[in-house]
Design a binder for this molecule. Structure first.
Ligand SMILES: [Zn+2]
Length: 96
């Protein structure tokens, strides 16, 4: 069975996803959060890496990486294409 992106996004709350992927970060359930040190560049200063725990969007003001949802984050973090990210997310979150 092939999971659809909208099913994935409905099943995985961005707040839960980011708490899992960024174990050190202290995140609120809603809106934009300071996510601590950026995992996409050699970050030494907190404050530039942000995630939105409502929409799943993320961005870094220092290295300019950004994306609109947790699927894009999964692709960027693990170097996956879109389809691979869907499969990986579905497996990790027990949705297959
Ligand atoms: Zn960065």
């Amino acid at each position: 069975m092939r999971i659809k992106p909208e099913q994935l996004k409905a099943a995985i709350a961005p707040a839960d996803y980011y708490q899992h992927e960024l174990p050190g970060a202290i995140l609120k359930k809603y809106g934009w959060n300071d996510a601590g040190l950026c995992i996409f560049h050699n970050d030494t200063q907190k404050g530039s890496f942000r995630v939105n725990t409502q929409t799943g969007a993320y961005c870094c003001f220092a290295c300019q990486i950004k994306g609109g949802d947790i699927i894009a984050f999964e692709m960027d973090k693990y170097g996956l294409n879109f389809t691979e990210a869907l499969v990986t997310l579905a497996e990790k979150w027990g949705l297959t």
